[in-house]
Design a protein around this ligand. Structure first.
Ligand code: PHE
Length: 492
């Protein structure tokens, strides 16, 4: 039987489907997560207000951001000269030339819940708002979970026809080699003004602009109609079919040329590294699939066939007119996209582990240089891993994702609901970047008592040195202690 994998909300626009696991080739089903009650696990007992960038934030029941995450705020990898995240940013922005596009990279990561969710039409019960998924400074303030948090403000500023926004974003998440609670995104948008286009004919103006974009000879699979009444609706009453189609075509062509460049560079780097297979590699395959975001319609994701699998690389769509009304530019219409920079950088430079981006080790940093041809990353060494299991009875109902009954009642209460992301955070807090992977290895319900047990395997590996067994034991013991103390679980 196919395993069922619950996927987090920011992937919840993905269609429900059965796919093959890239590692074991067994089929699994992607299941959209249900909204769930908020976890009440807090990470700090202190009541002191938080002071960040000179501003003070009172703590409340929603505060859940740990010190370890706050310490990432000043890093700003996306603007560090010669850092691979910054080089990736520059490669992409070069496709969105000034003055049509203005480039922003210094917006503060601290956003109001209005900016991050409400301004984008997220419904009040959207799971993305949950404390288990998002870092809250307090009930009204979050660390932005996506660059879209700045869409409405940037539309309102009305400085240019288009823009890109590059920034660090924050999400509570699983631990593995491609997930890190801080990562980087780039948002892009392009608008047209009905009052500035000859005869108000937006479709014609957009097609004319599309003609000026670079052409490519990539074969793109795009099997769906530009809009679909149920699956991917036109914003009726706001856009004509012709307008939506023209905007979609401009959006898709703009992004296809980005992906052509990225993969051409990755191929050059592979060939330069002596990878013979890269020379005869099958041509790049790209496809557009229908998607859903609360703030665009119709919406799509772009996927690229990469190392035997379809890899999702960006989300995009026609901007909801409600956002442009909110931004007081109701006469404008256009498109927006969001792309994750780590994933692109990993693929460009063959970087095998997302934690490396945070390394201050010169053996990592010295391999990237502004203005030089793209080179594959050469791993300096792979230090041995050390894994340890932890089994425990969970208090209350469990959820790796699916919701239990009512929300928890507060720290120290044994009936609190267990959420996997709270467990992940304990591991991160204790082990930092030495935690490489956390995996649920067993789960069962006691036939008589009905109690639920979980067993997780934590893989520890330092990227910089050999971890001694005693060190790993010490870390693991600490994880167990904090688990018991904070999450109210009982170690077995
Ligand atoms: N903000 C979305 C995400 O984080 C991506 C997106 C941006 C989608 C802009 C559509 C338009 O997944």
């Amino acid at each position: 039987m196919a395993a069922i994998i619950e996927i987090p909300w920011w992937n919840s626009y993905r269609r429900l489907s059965t796919v093959l696991c890239s590692e074991c080739r067994r089929p699994y089903t992607l299941k959209r997560m249900r909204p769930r009650p908020y976890s009440t696990a807090t990470t700090s007992a202190t009541k002191e207000p938080l002071t960040l960038n000179g501003k003070t934030y009172e703590r409340d029941d929603w505060t859940n951001v740990p010190e370890s995450i706050l310490s990432a705020l000043p890093r700003k990898l996306h603007v560090q000269p010669s850092h691979p995240i910054s080089l990736t940013r520059k490669l992409i922005t070069s496709h969105f030339p000034k003055p049509t596009y203005a480039h922003h990279s210094t917006f503060s990561p601290i956003a109001t819940t209005h900016q991050n969710f409400d301004s984008l039409d997220f419904p009040p019960d959207h799971p993305g708002r949950s404390k288990t998924d998002t870092y809250y400074l307090n009930a009204d303030t979050v660390l932005r979970t996506h660059t879209s948090a700045h869409q409405v403000d940037t539309f309102r500023a009305n400085e240019s026809e288009g823009y890109t926004i590059s920034a660090d974003v924050y999400r509570r998440d699983a631990i593995d080699r491609s997930h890190y609670p801080v990562f980087h995104q780039m948002e892009g948008a392009r608008l047209w003004d009905r009052t500035k286009v000859p005869g108000g004919n937006i479709a014609k103006a957009v097609w004319a602009d599309l003609e000026t974009l670079p052409k490519h000879n990539l074969i793109v699979e795009d099997p769906n109609p530009p809009t679909h009444p149920e699956r991917n609706p036109l914003q009726e009453g706001h856009h004509s079919q012709e307008e939506a189609e023209a905007i979609a075509a401009h959006l898709k062509r703009s992004l296809e040329s980005v992906v052509v460049t990225i993969f051409a560079r990755a191929k050059e780097a592979a060939i330069a590294a002596g990878d013979e297979a890269a020379k005869t590699e099958a041509p790049l395959r790209v496809r557009w699939i229908e998607a859903y975001f609360p703030f665009t319609s119709p919406s799509w994701e772009m996927e690229v066939f990469w190392q035997g699998d379809w890899l999702e690389i960006l989300g995009c769509g026609v901007v909801k007119q409600s956002l442009l009304e909110r931004a007081e530019v109701p006469q404008k219409l256009g498109w927006a996209f969001g792309i994750g920079l780590e994933r692109i950088a990993m693929l460009l430079y063959s970087i095998p582990d997302i934690r490396l981006f945070w390394s201050n080790d010169q053996r990592f940093l010295s391999q990237f240089k502004e203005g030089e041809p793209m080179r594959r990353f050469v791993p300096f060494s792979k230090y041995p891993e050390c894994y340890k299991d932890v089994s425990f009875w969970v208090a209350g109902s469990t959820s790796s994702a699916a919701g239990g009954a009512a929300g928890g009642t507060g720290p120290g209460n044994a009936q609190r609901e267990f959420h996997e992301n709270d467990f992940m955070e304990v591991v991160r807090e204790v082990a930092g970047d030495t935690a490489e992977h956390v995996r649920l290895v067993d789960e069962f319900t006691h036939p008589v008592s009905g109690r639920k047990s979980r067993c997780y395997r934590v893989t520890y590996r330092s990227l910089e040195k050999t971890l001694r067994s005693a060190e790993a034991n010490e870390l693991h013991k600490k994880v167990e202690d904090i688990l018991t103390e904070r999450l109210g679980v009982e170690i077995r």
